[in-house]
Design a binder for this molecule. Structure first.
Ligand code: CUA
Length: 338
């Protein structure tokens, strides 16, 4: 092998490695907590099937066109590519019309099932889009509603109906692994019905540009066994637990002294604000500030001091004026609210 042929081979090897890396990256994207191609509910399963059928149809058309193009380039003397009408009629009209019509019929056939209401007695969860977080209200039959934020839990194998709306602008409710996306429109209620088929923790997100922090509003969806779910819902319905130590006591005083209760509710206390997220069990959630911070005391301190920096456009003002001792006491109290 001459030195020049080795030099020429190197870019080819690099290209191959690049292609393999890109293919692996694409495959990795098929799994995980926020993948529509790794479905965990009936609706997402149907959508994933539709996706694979459409990908198959597109590949058939792509290979057919590519094959004809290569054939034309390699055999320019063959006149039958431009001469007879047969190729144009079949390749340009009949095959695309048939394939696209089949895909259209298949896609449309799924719509009635997606739009069908949930069976009477099914779990109902109302979710309201806010700038930039999710207000969640469970409406269990015969019991008082339970309010929380940025976290949804569902029992596996049971139908659920989400009742969706928005306070301010259009958001879009999307849990890729379970189903959606469905627009949340101010002044009207939309619905999403689905049936989770396996347990796990998934990530939901906003799929409609809704302002500066559109990319900073996600939520956790935990699908669990029915008994576990019932225990969780019962715990969520309970009032906020009283402070367990001196630091948490001080933190609660800081909360009331700074007027936090005008915007946030802590059930069982004088704080009954409805502007911001319900904080009754905020310490038990998967994350803080709609999925952007870890849920521990340091996360609370960071959030309270710099809401405007961490989430531009959010309605909550920053409380950077709190002394360090006040801030850490408040954070400790919030963290204890499990
Ligand atoms: Cu809410 Cu984008």
């Amino acid at each position: 092998m001459t030195p020049s042929s080795t030099d020429a081979a190197q870019p080819r090897v690099c290209r191959r490695i690049g292609l393999i890396a890109a293919a692996l990256a694409a495959l990795v994207g098929c799994g995980g907590i926020q993948s529509a191609l790794d479905p965990a509910a009936d609706q997402a399963e149907h959508l994933a099937e539709l996706f694979w059928w459409m990908t198959g149809g597109v590949l058939i058309i792509w290979f057919a066109v590519l094959g004809l193009a290569l054939y034309a380039v390699r055999a320019p003397e063959r006149q039958d590519l431009t001469g007879p009408h047969r190729l144009i009629v079949w390749g340009g009209v009949i095959v695309p019309t048939l394939l696209l019509s089949l895909l259209l019929v298949y896609g449309l056939a799924l719509v009635p099932e997606f739009l069908a209401p949930a069976r009477p007695g099914s779990l109902r969860v109302r979710v309201t889009g806010e700038q930039y977080w999710w207000r969640v209200r469970y409406q269990p039959d015969g019991r008082a509603p339970v309010d929380l934020a940025n976290e949804i839990r569902l029992p596996v194998g049971e139908e659920v109906e989400f009742l969706l709306d928005s306070k301010d602008v259009i958001h879009s409710f999307w849990i890729p692994a379970l189903g959606g996306k469905v627009d949340m429109i101010p002044g009207r209620q939309t619905r999403l019905r689905l049936l989770p088929t396996r347990t796990g923790t998934f990530r939901g997100t906003c799929a409609e540009y809704c302002g500066a922090s559109h990319a900073l509003m996600s939520f956790a969806v935990v699908v669990q066994e029915k008994a576990e779910f019932e225990r969780w819902l019962e715990a969520q319905a309970a009032p906020a637990r009283p402070p367990s130590d001196a630091l948490a006591h001080t933190g609660r005083d800081v909360l009331f002294a700074n007027g936090c209760g005008a915007c946030h509710a802590l059930r069982g206390t004088a704080a009954d604000g409805v502007v911001g997220p319900d904080l009754t069990h905020v310490g038990g959630r998967a994350s803080l500030a709609a999925g952007i911070l870890p849920n521990h005391a340091a996360g609370f301190s960071r959030w309270i001091a710099a809401t405007d920096v961490l989430k531009p456009g959010v309605h909550m003002p920053a409380f950077g004026m709190l002394a360090a001792a006040e801030s850490s006491a408040l954070a400790a109290y919030l963290e204890s609210l499990e």
